[in-house]
Design a protein. Structure first.
Length: 155
């Protein structure tokens, strides 16, 4: 109930509800725009390596945040990690600040952990078989399996 009250209070201020279930329920009339961005941007442009930073501008209350939240939900459904930044809270003239803010939101250490587990799997090992507190390289070394080729693959 509190989430609903919070969403209602945000909507009364002209803000997006901040609740995905409610956002999905009240989103009407944006299918055309969402379809365009999904097909042209998410399915094609980004998938082909296009720029991942876009700026959206418009008048207060025009639906920018609402649309971006709907688009972020769609992006997340496709496996992207959406990030939301505000020019009111971040100096956008400094790309270092932008990238640092992005890295904080995507929880970079968690992402790197997931990547390392995928590398272990691709090398044919089960990440669950590695004892807690030991690196993969140390684990392989203790098993006599850390040859130069495997070292290179890990890197």
């Amino acid at each position: 109930m509190e989430s609903t009250q919070s969403a209602l209070a945000r909507l009364k201020k002209g803000q997006a509800p901040g609740n995905r279930d409610i956002l999905r329920e009240i989103s009407v009339g944006c299918d055309f725009m969402l379809g365009f961005w999904k097909e042209k941007y998410l399915d094609n442009y980004l998938a082909m390596g296009g720029s991942k930073i876009k700026f959206l501008t418009g008048r207060t209350g025009s639906g920018k945040t609402h649309f971006l939240e709907v688009l972020a939900m769609e992006a997340e459904n496709q496996g992207y990690i959406p990030v939301s930044l505000s020019a009111r809270e971040l100096w956008i003239h400094d790309f270092k600040e932008i990238y640092c803010a992005i890295l904080r939101q995507v929880r970079l250490p968690d992402r790197l952990q997931l990547c390392s587990l995928e590398v272990i799997r691709e090398l044919g090992y089960d990440p669950g078989s590695i004892p807690e507190g030991i690196t993969f390289a140390d684990f392989l070394s203790s098993q006599g399996m850390l040859d130069p080729l495997t070292k290179r693959e890990i890197r």
